[in-house]
Ligand binder design. Sequence first.
Ligand code: HPA
Length: 297
Amino acid sequence: MTSPHAPSYFDQVNEAAEFLRGKLGALAPRIGIVLGSGLGAVAEAVIDPVVVPYAEIPHFPQSTVEGHSGRIIAGLLGGTTVIVMQGRVHFYEGYTPQQVTFPMRVLGRLGLETVILTNASGGINANYQVGQLVLISDHVNSLGFNPLVGANEARFGNGSSTGLRFFDMTEAYSIDLRTLAQNAARAEGSVLHEGIYLATSGPSFETPAEIRAFRTLGADLVGMSTVPETIVARHMGMRVLGISCVTNLAAGISATHLSHEEVFETGNRVQHELTALFKRLLPTIATTIASTSERQG
Ligand code: HPA
């Protein structure tokens, strides 16, 4: 139970954001990146990094999963100022929906305009191969919860028309950002599939029967994260780009059994490609943010 003197969730988020602002100094990132399972080494490409372990940030949840290191890394990637979360926490670790989305709230309060959410997933779509990067075009929430259940905290709207009790999720994953990502991939000589990501709570992988059911629901990818973060990011008016790494074929699609090791190993193989994509993509996203601010300002 929280004591009567415990700071409210909103105040906790602000304390964490203020703490981070102090650490960031002159850095004022507008773009955030969350790195999923096995993809953490992307953060090593950040130049002049300011590193802040989650354990130092007030109220910040700690990852308990192997392969999720738990650090904020801010600096330059592709010449663009970014704040990278190396590791995230999941509902299956026993965290509440509010704790799972606490970091996203903090990023929103830091004034981010765009978040890029990456994850590892099982491929349901028969056209996908292990090791492919797929842009998330939409999601199906099968987690069994929505992180916004409870009193609506309109102050998370940052004074704009966001932060509403009910809000539109028609374009949860920005079409403009997906176009920029496709352009960046093309310049790197690849074409990205786009697909629908279905989130389950985990931590057990799915049964083949569940995967067949998810396919009939329209899912191309299955994983255990991202959806709560997307919902909260949209609640705060941030644009979202979702990039999923197909680390394995979903249960029952191939004869092999699923393991966290496979997820981790595939992620490791793909992170160079992901880093190269980011270096091309980030400057183009930064340009769109600058031109929007100019129009508004
Ligand atoms: N299922 C759920 N989550 C996952 C998978 C999977 O097959 N692979 C990576 N994360």
